[in-house]
Design a protein around this ligand. Structure first.
Ligand SMILES: Nc1ncnc2c1ncn2[C@@H]1O[C@H](COP(=O)(O)OP(=O)(O)O)[C@@H](O)[C@H]1O
Ligand SMILES: [Mg+2]
Length: 454
């Protein structure tokens, strides 16, 4: 039922005269009324169409009110059942309410009572519908709850995902490695109307260039030596659902133009076939690279970039959202203990402090690894700071990934900047900051003095 449609009422009453009177009262109120004189006909109608309300006499020839009620609850659980019963039969009324009727009318009843009882039911239905919508929204939020995060930055991300997910727009997720890009892509799929269809993750960096086309678009038997059978590609496998193209920046240029054609035309053909297939696939991609730079260098097609990036989603690095570290630690401890059937472990206060002050170059993935290893290796219920610091943390990116700006730099300003930034990342913890720059502690202190820092 919606507000522009008429309320649909089924009236079941074997006394013709009474039925006519009730019917005319209801029609006068602009309700849409179907009326029948016995339970059998009533049940048939209930099986064929949906009524907002069924008003039925209790004593009917043949099948009686209880059978009608049971059919209604089976076929249309949200509809209301109002029972009409003779004054002396109040015990029936109570029994029927117990059996699931929503209300009853004792004969003789007046027009006001009848209309009031109907209004009450319509109101109850609107509350129930609202309730169901809220429950649905709650369920959706719960699915996002798998992504742990309570920082304002993550809340912004959740809002963006909730808004973007139900659309069909392409989404490009940007973020450093380990920030949860795949998790976000799965959440987008879960929150879309495609959630019952496939989610196919594809790591573009892992496909050898020579196999990329058949991997993406499929291959027809005999297309090349080795193609011994027809094989669908990942795009076909994702039909009706979502494809997640991870590390999209690694896709070879030739594949980029083929992917662009698919995005423009919505069709593919398998390698070795001229038959075009229309596909309905939502494309979510992810990268930890700056694709604008790759475009400038000629490594990524600009037109494809705009096609893929209709809605950009950025996941902030963990070091920019320290509020999330503690909830993530708790989440991973719980998860790891559950999965391995071990009693719940705890971190000592100094261990927590150490983790809170770390800059997490490997982001959430690194934190997860550290927690898992410490939980599994520790023999004590409380994990000490020594056990944590004995673990190997990820090495900061090696210098080869650093690009010298084209117009050069001022070495001393640069060095001072590195020192200050490393201290800021590590909450002024000099041991950590030295590690971050790959310097031993003494060498680090020497440089701090050189620039009169601290
Ligand atoms: N916010 C988060 N809440 C819970 N787990 C997370 C979160 N972010 C990342 N993870 C976990 O960290 C690991 C790395 O996440 P992933 O989505 O593969 O990162 P990316 O694709 O950005 O490299 C996965 O095990 C993932 O489940
Ligand atoms: Mg990933």
């Amino acid at each position: 039922m919606n507000s522009t449609q008429k309320i649909n009422i089924l009236l079941i009453e074997d006394e013709t005269e009474q039925r006519q009177i009730l019917k005319s009262i209801l029609i006068e109120q602009h309700y849409q009324v179907s009326d029948v004189g016995n339970g059998e006909q009533g049940i048939k109608l209930i099986q064929q169409q949906t009524f907002d309300i069924v008003i039925s006499d209790w004593k009917l020839p043949g099948v009686d009110g209880v059978d009608v009620l049971n059919t209604l609850k089976q076929y249309s659980p949200l509809s209301s059942f109002i029972l009409i019963t003779a004054h002396g039969d109040a015990s029936h009324a109570i029994a029927t309410i117990r059996a699931g009727a929503d209300d009853y009318l004792l004969k003789p009843f007046d027009k006001t009572t009848l209309l009031f009882t109907i209004k009450k039911q319509l109101y109850a239905q609107s509350v129930e519908r609202e309730n169901q919508t809220l429950k649905q929204q709650l369920k959706q939020r719960k699915q996002l709850v798998d992504i742990i995060g309570r920082s304002p930055l993550m809340n912004q991300l959740f809002q963006r995902i909730e808004k973007a997910a139900p659309t069909n727009a392409t989404i490009m997720i940007n973020g450093e490695s380990g920030t949860g890009k795949e998790l976000a892509a799965r959440a987008i799929h879960q929150l879309s109307s495609r959630s019952n269809s496939a989610f196919i993750p594809v790591n573009c960096a892992a496909i050898p260039e020579s196999l990329a086309e058949s991997e993406l678009f499929g291959v027809e038997k005999g297309a090349f030596t080795g193609a011994t059978r027809n094989r669908p590609g990942v795009l076909e496998a994702a039909n009706g659902g979502t494809i997640f193209l991870d590390e999209i920046g690694e896709l070879p240029l030739l594949m980029q133009s083929k992917l662009l054609r698919f995005l423009q035309e919505g069709t593919i053909n398998r390698v070795g076939s001229t038959a075009q297939q229309k596909l309905d696939v939502r494309v979510v991609s992810a990268t930890n690279r700056n694709l604008i730079l790759e475009i400038e260098k000629g490594n990524f097609r600009e037109d494809l970039y705009y096609r893929l990036n209709v809605i950009p989603v950025t996941i902030p690095p963990l070091r920019n959202r320290p509020e999330d570290i503690l909830p993530l630690i708790e989440h991973f401890i719980q998860q790891c203990c559950d999965e391995n059937n071990i009693l719940i472990r705890q971190l000592s206060k100094p261990a927590i402090k150490l983790l809170l002050s770390y800059h997490w170059p490997g982001n959430v993935r690194e934190l997860k690894n550290i927690i898992e290893r410490s939980v599994l290796l520790s023999s004590e219920e409380i994990i000490s700071v020594e056990e944590i610091s004995g673990l190997e943390f990820e090495k900061p990116n090696q210098s080869s990934s650093y690009l010298l700006p084209e117009n050069g730099l001022n070495w001393e300003d640069h060095e001072k900047d590195c020192l200050l930034q490393s201290l800021a990342y590590c909450n002024n913890n000099k041991t950590q900051a030295a590690k971050l720059l790959g310097l031993n502690y003494k060498a680090f202190l020497y440089r701090l003095e050189k620039y009169s820092i601290c």
